[in-house]
Structures are given as structure tokens and as C-alpha cells.
Design a binder for this molecule. Structure first.
Ligand SMILES: [Zn+2]
Length: 254
């Protein structure tokens, strides 16, 4: 199984990190994409990925919560490292109107700049959207027509939103929310082809049931796959195989 979104550069994993990785491998995790969120992540994400080549794959980007007036200055070192060709994606990038609406204009500017960068570098994007769906979809449309690839990370939206995302050729990133008791996501996914889904944990956040509220780990993808077997009426192995293939194709993991 492949975790396409896990912040395992978080200090919560630092003590005994190699043993932690070993545990993930033994549980059947084949690859983990580690997205950056700001300038500090350049160092932490690359360090973690250098410790586990061909297992942890780096992505870098400026997260909307880290976008302020000086976003161009913040983006410069991120862009420079992306240019070295070691990253598998640009992300995590996007729009977040939930916590703070002060910098909406700057968030849109930073997102547009990073979408442009992804096209230039021919890399997929890891997209974060919170309370900004309409602006997000409108911004993505022209880029998708130019060949943008990527994942709408932690997708929890409506069927209509899902269809608009798929029409643009993007994937849905599905994680722990699927296992939550009152989640409408299983119903939403029923008509969505499994070929358009990649799995993720968003570790250390969003732990699936039965670990909800605790520190998440890539190996808990298992619980998401188990829930998906009920949604799609397929076996565990089938869900695992298709979603892993999707992730490999999209992110070019080897
Ligand atoms: Zn994230």
C-alpha cells in the first residue's frame, strides 16, 4: 500500500525514526510521499527522504496557511529545491479560508504561481482545499486544460464536486475520514471509479477509526482499504492493487 500524503517529518516521529519506518514496511507500506508546507520543510522533508531512499518520496510547496504578504520570498527557496529534480510533486499547496481570510488574495497568487511551476517542472500537485471549493475549482480549470496533474488531498466534498475534479483529470485523495461514523464519503464514492482514487493518511492528523484522535501512521491505510472493500464490493487485494497503481502512475514512484 502507498501513502500519498504523510507529514512524517513531524517531530512526533523523530525519536527512533528508523524503527518507525521499519514498522511501516513490515505492515505492508511500500512508499510514502512526504509533503512540505513551508520553508522549514525544505530541510525536514529532504532529511527524512534521504534517510529512506526509494521509500519516502519528497514533495515541496507553500501551504495556504503559511501564505502571508511575503509569500514570494518564502517560495523562492522551495522553488529552488524543487528545481533540483528530486521531488515527486509540488505540494502541499491550495486555498484555506477556514482559519483565516486575511490573505485570500495572496493565497490565490501563491497557488497560481505554484500551479505554473508544477506545469513547468512537469510535476503533479498535492492540493489542499478547506472552505474554498468554488475558488479552487475555478483556479484549477485553466491549468487542467494545460495538462496539470494532481490529487485533491483529503477529499470530503460532494458528488458534484468530485465529478468536477475528475473531469479536470485530477485524482481524489482518500484517507481516514472515510472510516468516520457519520461520513457521507462512502456514499459519494460509490459512483466514482476506483481508478481515480489514491490513498493517504495525512499523518499525524486524521487517524482512521479505531485510532481516531491519536497519532496517525502510514500503516493505518489498511483501515481505509478495509472500508473501501465495502464501498466497492472488491477484495482487499484488489483495492490495494488498483490504488497503488494509481499512485505509482501519478507520482512516478519507482
Ligand atoms: Zn497535509
Amino acid at each position: 500500500m502507498i501513502d500519498t500524503h504523510a507529514h512524517i517529518d513531524d517531530p512526533q516521529y523523530a525519536s527512533d525514526f528508523l524503527a518507525f519506518l521499519d514498522e511501516q514496511r513490515k505492515a505492508g507500506v511500500e512508499a510514502v510521499v512526504v509533503p512540505g508546507v513551508n520553508v522549514a520543510s525544505v530541510e525536514t522533508v529532504m532529511a527524512v527522504c534521504n534517510m529512506a531512499p526509494a521509500f519516502c518520496f519528497p514533495a515541496l510547496g507553500l501551504h495556504p496557511e503559511d501564505v502571508k504578504d511575503d509569500w514570494q520570498k518564502q517560495l523562492a527557496p522551495i522553488e529552488q529545491t524543487l528545481g533540483k529534480g528530486e521531488c515527486v510533486a509540488v505540494g502541499e499547496i491550495g486555498l484555506d479560508y477556514y482559519w483565516d481570510k486575511t490573505y485570500i488574495r495572496q493565497q490565490k497568487e501563491a497557488l497560481a504561481a505554484q500551479l505554473e511551476l508544477a506545469l513547468q517542472l512537469n510535476l503533479p500537485v498535492l492540493l489542499h482545499n478547506r472552505d474554498a471549493t468554488e475558488d479552487m475549482l475555478q483556479m484549477l480549470l485553466p491549468f487542467s486544460k494545460r495538462g496539470l496533474k494532481g490529487v485533491m488531498h483529503c477529499f470530503t466534498g460532494s458528488r458534484e464536486t468530485a465529478e468536477r475534479i475528475l473531469k479536470m483529470g485530477l485524482f481524489l485523495g482518500i484517507g481516514g475520514v472515510l472510516t468516520f461514523k457519520n461520513s457521507h464519503l462512502p456514499d459519494t464514492l460509490r459512483d466514482i471509479p476506483l481508478e481515480k482514487i489514491v490513498l493517504e493518511t495525512d499523518s499525524p492528523y486524521m487517524a482512521p477509526v479505531p485510532f481516531r484522535g491519536k497519532r496517525n501512521e502510514p500503516k493505518y491505510i489498511r483501515y481505509v482499504i478495509e472500508r473501501l472493500t465495502e464501498v466497492y464490493h472488491l477484495t482487499y487485494a484488489e483495492i490495494e492493487e488498483v490504488t497503488s497503481r494509481n499512485a505509482r502512475l501519478l507520482l512516478g514512484l519507482e
